[in-house]
Design a protein around this ligand. Structure first.
Ligand SMILES: Cc1ncc(COP(=O)(O)O)c(C=O)c1O
Length: 364
């Protein structure tokens, strides 16, 4: 069997284990998942209602242009509707960017470690991944700029990025953009925007759209807006860039249910702002708990925390899983002694801290 010549270089993405799989594997009744940076709360009642009403129309293809959502987001971001592109999750926007803008042998600059879909999509497109090591847990923005060559087509800036959870400060971003060739497209991945937006040094890349025609800003409904299971994200870019991205899009890539749910979520700001407040508070509760256990952890602005252990992250993740708590082993990102935990509900976070404590004590 002959394959596309790049595809075998791709290491398949391994996500957090689904709850049902862990229940089956360990014969557990109650399992909590703190492994995929999801919102642990159910969608707002208004979103559930929108989903229920949309279900009756699934015999029809969705509106491929996402008209209503497009209008609402154009108003929210004060851009024109043609500047928006929708994806089946923001993952798909990343894939579309590679498909649309890079040719075989082109270079794509990204941090190491970084969100895995950047390297998976770049490798599948035949591009060369130029990976710039983090400095501690921060982007080395100056080194990323030095890594740009005439062959560079795209630069990925996860802001904040996953798994480190840190964001690049405003001054670094501005310095990076200054004087950068307009032939290089900078992809700002703001999947965790809502968790970082109030940080003093955070720069929302949407503010750069006027000055820089060579940027893409991606957002998602999977994190704060809790629609991970429906798969919907979007990008804002200059009309010319959005037009090219749109050519790489599958015709009906966003389901009608996802469109209806996202629109309802946008309209229920109070519900999601309340969740944001709870999750920020719960993040602080988790951090305090980790400190009591004498563990160091990442200081990011997201709904997840990277935790350093004195033992193997893979072992600990397995032990926690057997107790019904799914976290992410950080081994595949090269952090062998770390796990990543997503901020859950108050009860889930307490359970995680208790099970972690029991397992750490078991080591002594
Ligand atoms: C940094 C980052 N970008 C993008 C995504 C993709 O999110 P989605 O495809 O669900 O919109 C994730 C999901 O974990 C992420 O961590």
């Amino acid at each position: 069997m002959k394959t596309n010549k790049h595809i075998l270089k791709v290491k398949p993405y391994v996500g957090g284990k689904p709850i049902a799989e862990v229940r089956r594997a360990f014969g557990l009744k109650r399992v909590i998942k703190l492994a995929s940076n999801e919102n642990p709360f159910p969608p707002s009642p208004k979103v559930l209602k929108a989903i229920t009403s949309a279900v009756g129309d699934v015999n029809r293809y969705p509106d491929g242009s996402c008209y209503d959502l497009r209008q609402a987001l154009a108003r929210k971001h004060k851009v024109s509707p043609e500047q928006l592109v929708f994806g089946c999750g923001s993952d798909e926007i990343i894939v579309m960017a590679l498909r649309a803008f890079s040719n075989e042998g082109d270079e794509v600059v990204m941090a190491k470690p970084s969100f895995m879909v950047y390297s998976i999509a770049a490798t599948a497109a035949g591009a060369r991944c130029v990976e710039v090591p983090l400095k501690g847990l921060d982007y080395d923005i100056a080194a990323m700029k030095r890594a740009v060559t005439p062959k560079t087509r795209l630069v990925f800036i996860g802001n904040p990025d996953n798994p480190a959870g840190t964001f690049s400060p405003r001054a670094d971003i501005l310095a990076f953009m200054k004087g950068l060739s307009k032939d290089v497209l900078v992809f700002f991945d703001e999947a965790y925007f809502e968790f970082a937006r109030d940080e003093k040094d955070y720069l929302d890349a949407m503010a750069l759209l006027q000055a820089y025609p060579n940027i893409i800003v991606a957002r998602t409904f999977s994190k704060l807006f809790g629609l991970a299971g429906l798969r919907i994200g979007y990008a804002v870019a200059s009309p010319a860039v959005a037009d090219i991205l749109n050519r790489a899009r599958e015709p009906f890539n966003v389901t009608s249910i996802a469109q209806a749910a996202a629109l309802a979520a946008l309209k229920d700001e109070a519900y999601y702002e309340n969740i944001l407040t709870i999750l920020k508070h719960e993040r602080a509760v988790l951090c305090a708990g980790l400190e009591r256990l004498g563990l160091s952890y990442s200081r990011g602005a997201t709904n997840f925390i990277q935790v350093r252990l004195a033992v193997s992250g893979a072992d600990m993740a397995l032990r926690l899983m057997k107790k019904g708590v799914i976290v992410r082993d950080m081994g595949s990102w090269g952090f062998k002694d770390q796990i990543r935990v997503t901020v859950g509900t108050p009860a889930e976070n307490r359970k995680f801290l208790k099970v972690l404590k029991d397992n750490l004590q078991g080591d002594q």
